[in-house]
Write a new protein. Structure first.
Length: 202
């Protein structure tokens, strides 16, 4: 027998499932990340479809079972300013993807929920064309701290050398890459020098 509950969450990712359905990853205030199934959400007449999109704060009703179902959803905040430019949207999606990749379902942490919400509000009012790298770095460090993960900043995460002078901090790697290894890194890395590296290592 399923148990239905209400919660507020940030939609991190939405993907197609079959011809008419969708799956969504939502980081909620009370339950952490939830992977939910949204039946018939791709149909034009679906009541779920207009509200279920990434980078959206939603009030949702979840029917728990072997597969969690999205029983209802209502958009609370769309963060329209985040969609004002490609740079802003990229910064918002970067944070959502990072949380989605690094967190596991049903491990609630309200600090992570607040971190996500504050990041979206910051990106929404960002006046510059690109989010400063130091802001991304601060977000990543806070997320790693909340998750209890240590960072590998003494050596390159790929080749283990430590003689470079310029490094690429890659949050998904949990550390830094040297000049020779950065070409294969995922997008969104942050260039840091040895002085910044010492701060990361402390």
């Amino acid at each position: 027998m399923s148990n239905t509950f209400h919660t507020t969450g940030m939609v991190l990712r939405v993907s197609h499932s079959g011809e008419n359905d969708r799956r969504a990853s939502i980081y909620t205030h009370d339950h952490g990340k939830l992977e939910v199934f949204a039946k018939s959400a791709r149909r034009i007449q679906s009541k779920l479809s207009p509200h279920l999109e990434p980078i959206t704060l939603v009030d949702c009703y979840i029917a728990r079972g072997r597969l969690d179902h999205l029983a209802g959803v209502e958009r609370h905040e769309r963060f329209s300013g985040v969609r004002g430019s490609l740079e802003q949207l990229s910064a918002a999606l970067w944070a959502a993807e990072l949380v989605d990749v690094l967190t596991r379902p049903d491990e609630p942490d309200q600090r992570i929920f607040r971190l996500l919400e504050m990041w979206m509000l910051l990106v929404e009012v960002m006046e510059q064309d690109a989010m400063p790298a130091t802001f991304r770095l601060a977000f990543a460090l806070a997320l790693f701290r909340y998750l209890g993960h240590g960072l590998q900043c003494e050596v390159c995460v790929r080749c283990k050398q430590n003689t470079d002078t310029s490094w690429l901090f890659v949050a998904r790697d949990g550390g830094v890459r040297c000049t020779n290894c950065r070409s294969s890194a995922a997008p969104g890395g942050i260039v840091v020098d040895n002085a910044a590296l010492k701060i990361l290592a402390t």
